[in-house]
Design a protein around this ligand. Structure first.
Ligand code: BV8
Ligand code: ZN
Length: 237
């Protein structure tokens, strides 16, 4: 049996990582996440974008996977599991998931925005949130940026293709912790619905996917996921 999990910021919320839309921590409360996570934002004020990512990178290194990440990793004892995540943290990997596809990149790799060479130096830590930090420069003069996909940027081909394959070949798709509004990633659960694959949504709130999902569990990820596989026969009949 192949289970594909499609995750968003909500699965990391209970680890203490603010979701993409409710970042209310002090300095960043006035920040528009769409603007500061966009290629336009990087072109116009790379120092503020770099500070935002350094803060998030620091925060992601100080938190741990939660019961939801661990449940998804444990499902590998019962099924072939692919994780398609929109998150740029590495909590699925740290929980033990072995097939993780990052459709929006990762905050744990960095490269030059001009020659694209991989940046291997130590990324400075940032224990307190600063508004502006100049990004390091590459030998070619380009600026070092995180390997994340910004608004207005295309998704990485390989991760996208593997994610489409993981969805079309799945016997079950579990969509957890995403507002399902960012495309083309949000089109993946729709692809499963169109394929007639059972889609279970786990989200305390309603989303645009809720009406077309086979089943919606209005629960948090860490309460719904640990027992979910055992509940499948009763849930899906
Ligand atoms: C593209 C990485 C084309 C960075 C992210 C106008 C101009 C330009 C583009 C567009 C445009 N209009 C539309 C677009 C397309 C755009 C888009 O979809 N915009 C939306 C806003 C309308 N998409 C793009 O730009 C994409 N690229 O289209 O390129 C192209 C093609 C060729 C050549 C050039 C260009 C790129 C999109 C990727 C952007 N990067 N992240 C970073 O992380 O900093 S997206 C960002 O939002 C997140 O990464 C995440 O992926 C995404 C969605 O957020 P969620 O994960 O869903 O989190 P959110 O906070 O929204 O929701 C949390 C959910 O969890 C909630 O529902 C909540 O109820 C729930 N929850 C909370 N607690 C819990 C919980 N659930 C369970 N348990 C809990 N405890
Ligand atoms: Zn360079």
């Amino acid at each position: 049996m192949q289970v594909t999990v499609f995750s968003g910021a909500g699965i990391s919320a209970e680890s203490g990582v603010p979701t993409f839309r409710d970042v209310e921590t002090g300095l960043w409360a006035h920040v528009d996440p769409y603007e500061i996570s966009s290629s336009h934002g990087w072109q116009t004020h790379p120092d503020r974008v770099w500070a935002w990512y350094l803060w998030r990178h620091h925060m992601m290194r100080t938190v741990d996977p939660n019961d939801a990440h661990r449940a998804v990793a444990a499902w590998e004892d019962y099924a072939q599991v692919h994780v398609v995540t929109q998150n740029v943290d590495n909590l699925h990997e740290r929980a033990g998931s072995s097939r993780v596809h990052h459709v929006h990149g990762s905050l744990f790799e960095f490269h030059c925005d001009r020659c694209r060479s991989v940046y291997t130096d130590e990324v400075p830590d940032m224990p307190e949130a600063l508004e502006s930090v100049d990004p390091p420069r590459c030998r070619c003069g380009g600026l070092i940026r995180p390997d994340v996909v910004w608004f207005g940027e295309p998704l990485p081909d390989e991760a996208w293709q593997r994610s489409v394959d993981a969805v079309v070949n799945a016997d079950l798709v579990v969509v957890v912790g995403t507002s399902s509004v960012v495309y083309p990633a949000a089109g993946l659960p729709e692809l499963a619905v169109a394929h007639g694959t059972p889609v279970i949504e786990v989200n305390p709130e309603r989303t645009p996917l809720s009406d077309s999902a086979t089943l919606t569990l209005r629960e948090t990820a860490s309460s719904a996921l640990p027992g979910l596989l055992q509940r499948l026969p009763a849930l899906l009949g």
